[in-house]
Design a protein around this ligand. Structure first.
Ligand SMILES: CC(=O)N[C@H]1[C@@H](OP(=O)(O)OP(=O)(O)OC[C@H]2O[C@@H](n3ccc(=O)[nH]c3=O)[C@H](O)[C@@H]2O)O[C@H](CO)[C@@H](O)[C@@H]1O
Ligand SMILES: C=C(OP(=O)(O)O)C(=O)O
Length: 432
């Protein structure tokens, strides 16, 4: 198993190109199941999750072809997904267990074939993560659902889902995406109330419209989808990764460096994190190529922050901001409201000298003068990134184990940080 070895204390300076967003790319790829024509997606990041989903889609009959490969530092990949026929409506446990977003094939399969059998994804390190809202939504569209032997078996009587009103009692990104995709091919109109408003959902809705879907209300909490008989192919550029951008902005600040994030509309992409990072002392300046980020104030400023659905502060930035706060002037209070168990990075940061107390869903972080390198390991993707950030600032060497989490969501992490002067290498480590 690989690990990262980071020698901390280097001021980072340089450019980092922001990749296409994992959390946009995954639902967009699933949309490829909705049409027998080709969906061509550009700016796709090369990540473990994308490979996992490619395997899953291949099992349903999709043909995936790399049309262009600019590499992570030059525009990413262009992939065509052509699903002439759905050859299997079963999403097996062996693939779904690797990646929870696999549940997003349920809506497209059910919409196109009138049936789907998808393994229940189970929980993960950050929480229970049930899928009841997805299932309730499909039932409101006429589907019959059965849970058997760890699988969801969904069936649309008469072979087609019916439009209806799907009201979500709480905001769910995945459930909104699943119902949105299913509704494009349903009979009649579907109104999705209390829809999540994350930009990745707008990216998906815009792509679906390019494929002939009729989605209105994009970006709002009510999405209206007029079902059509078939979707055609389309071309779509995956939006930039707002969490990757925020993570590298935090890297600039924690090393007292200066990083130019390159890509389009990055200030807007950072909505939700932008104000929080500014309050923490970051300066931002729009440049020709993107957004310059640096620590503007003398010290990192302690802040109080609460994770919220978009446009609030994203839970996927919570661990990285906590890493930043370990070195703040004064204290910071961080409240996690989205996932019930998303503080697994706290004990690891504490091993590096951080002073953090957790009560329920609130962490109080008292800034320390310095962090000290240590062997650490994380249980999820963003927690791993928080340890990388801490390692970049720490005195001495930090060994980040279990980096398969980082491979899920940060494209070319070592290359991007090295290009800015970080001392970071990836090496084999036995038995961790
Ligand atoms: C691939 C992807 O895009 N992942 C993102 C997506 O995950 P994901 O789509 O899984 O997250 P949700 O928005 O669905 O989850 C939000 C909350 O709702 C709960 N819930 C969700 C569905 C359900 O049927 N029942 C239920 O109770 C979850 O347990 C969680 O507490 O949004 C999260 C919240 O912004 C992000 O952290 C993830 O990075
Ligand atoms: C939690 C995340 O992803 P997933 O929903 O795929 O687990 C994430 O991207 O931070």
């Amino acid at each position: 198993m690989d690990r990262l070895v980071i020698t901390g204390g280097n001021r980072l300076e340089g450019q980092i190109p922001i990749s296409g967003a994992k959390n946009a790319a995954l639902p967009l790829m699933c949309a490829g199941l909705l049409s027998s024509d080709s969906l061509v997606l550009s700016n796709l990041p090369q990540l473990a999750d994308i490979r996992t989903l490619s395997d899953l889609l291949g099992g349903h009959g999709a043909e995936l072809k790399v049309e262009r490969d600019g590499g992570p530092l030059n525009g990413g990949r262009t992939l065509s997904i052509t699903t002439k026929d759905i050859t299997s409506t079963v999403a097996p446990y062996d693939i779904v267990r690797k990646m929870r977003a696999s549940i997003l094939v349920l809506g497209p399969l059910l919409a196109r074939e009138g049936e789907a059998t998808v393994s229940l994804p189970g929980g993960c390190a950050i929480g229970n993560r049930p899928i009841d809202l997805h299932l309730k939504g499909f039932q409101e569209m006429g589907a019959e659902i059965e849970l058997k032997e760890g699988y969801v078996r969904a069936h649309a009587p008469g072979g087609r889902l019916e439009g209806g009103t799907v009201h979500f009692p709480m905001v769910s990104v995945g459930a909104t995406e699943n119902i949105l995709m299913a509704a494009t091919l349903a009979r009649g109109t579907t109104v999705i109330e209390n829809a999540a408003r994350e930009p990745e959902i707008s990216d998906l809705a815009n792509c679906l419209n390019k494929m002939g879907a009729r989605v209105t209300g994009i970006g709002s909490e009510t999405l209206t989808v007029e079902g059509v008989d078939r979707l055609h192919g389309g071309e779509h550029d995956v939006m930039p990764d707002r969490i990757e951008a925020g993570s590298y902005a935090a890297a600039a600040a924690i090393t007292n460096g200066q990083i130019e994030l390159t890509g389009d509309n990055l200030k807007q992409v950072l909505t939700g994190s932008y104000d929080v990072l500014k309050e923490a002392g970051l300066g931002f300046e729009q440049t020709d190529r993107g957004l310059m980020c640096w620590l503007k104030s003398d010290h990192i400023q302690g802040i109080n922050v609460v994770t919220q659905p978009y446009p609030g502060f994203p839970t996927d930035m919570q661990a990285q901001v906590m890493a930043l706060m370990t070195l703040c002037d004064g204290a910071s209070v961080i409240t996690e409201t989205i996932f019930e168990n998303r503080f697994m990075h706290v004990p690891e940061l504490a091993r590096m000298g951080a002073d953090i107390t957790v009560h329920g869903n609130t962490a109080t972080v008292r800034g320390v003068k310095k962090l000290l390198g240590a062997p650490v390991m994380a249980t999820d993707l963003r927690a791993s990134m928080s340890l990388v950030l801490a390692g970049l600032a720490a005195e001495g060497e930090t060994y980040v184990n279990r980096i398969y989490h980082l491979d899920r969501g940060y494209e070319a992490l070592v290359e991007k940080l090295t290009a800015c002067g970080a001392k970071i290498i990836r090496e084999k480590a036995d038995g961790v």
